[in-house]
Design a protein around this ligand. Structure first.
Ligand code: SF4
Length: 230
């Protein structure tokens, strides 16, 4: 089997509730969405990736793991890594018996593909994509995706100046419908191109709204961008 890979490297997780954790990152190319705040546009196009075999990907991950001995988690990212569920499944199976855990950063929309790895993945960082930034509604897909993975998932919602109250409230309803204890991270957008940030007093108001329904809500910006780490 082969996969389209942009890069494999060791770094520190910069987003969400595992921010600060060392991981080996496997960045696939190709994405089914086109979010206006995308900070990895080079990974959206499938053809930008190098074609690597499963064995070549595993070998590169092993090299990174041996260089950074404190790392015991592989993070699959993109693009949208769930597009590559079959090769991810092979990679996870290879490392599971060695005590290496797996993490996936996903837009939470490709349920059929995700069903191939949901039982073996350890941690799921799932975005809820809001129509104001991502061109379409994915409420049904997000609900189904979250139902499949709720015990190992935290949710991330990127907030920009365009984020509308009604769509945010709808996202909160979906999380509450599945399990109100699922952690929710509000991520104020990292300003790129012409994307306007949400004023911080509005971010706090959105957090208050979420806390009326959910037990575990935090505000965590992209820490790696602030520190200049990739
Ligand atoms: S889902 Fe992720 S990779 Fe795809 S366009 Fe949106 S932010 Fe970029």
């Amino acid at each position: 089997m082969t996969g389209r890979i942009l890069e494999i490297f060791s770094s520190i997780q910069g987003e969400g509730i595992y921010a600060g954790t060392p991981m080996v990152f496997v960045r696939f190319t190709g994405c089914n969405l086109n979010c206006d705040y995308c900070d990895t546009p080079e990974s959206q196009k499938l053809e930008k990736g190098n074609i690597l075999t499963t064995e070549e990907i595993i070998s590169k991950i092993e090299q990174e793991l041996s260089l950074s001995k404190k790392t015991s988690i592989i993070s699959f990212t993109g693009g949208e890594p769930v597009l590559h569920a079959e090769i991810i499944s092979d990679i996870i199976h290879n490392f599971k018996s060695k005590g290496i855990k797996s993490y996936i950063d996903t837009n939470g929309t490709l349920c059929e593909n995700f069903s191939k790895i949901v039982d073996i993945i350890d941690y799921v960082a799932m975005d809820i994509k809001l129509p104001s930034s991502c061109e379409a509604e994915f409420w049904r897909e997000h609900l189904e995706f979250l139902k499949m993975s709720k015990n190992k998932t935290f949710i991330k919602i990127v907030l920009t100046a365009k984020t509308a109250y009604n769509e945010f409230r709808k996202a909160i309803e979906i999380i509450e419908q599945v399990d109100s204890s699922i952690p929710l991270v509000l991520q104020p957008v990292t300003v790129i191109r012409n994307i306007e940030p949400m004023p911080f007093d509005v971010v706090r108001a959105f957090r208050k709204l979420a806390e009326e329904k959910l037990a575990n809500v935090s505000i965590i910006p992209q820490t790696h961008k602030k520190k200049g780490i990739r």
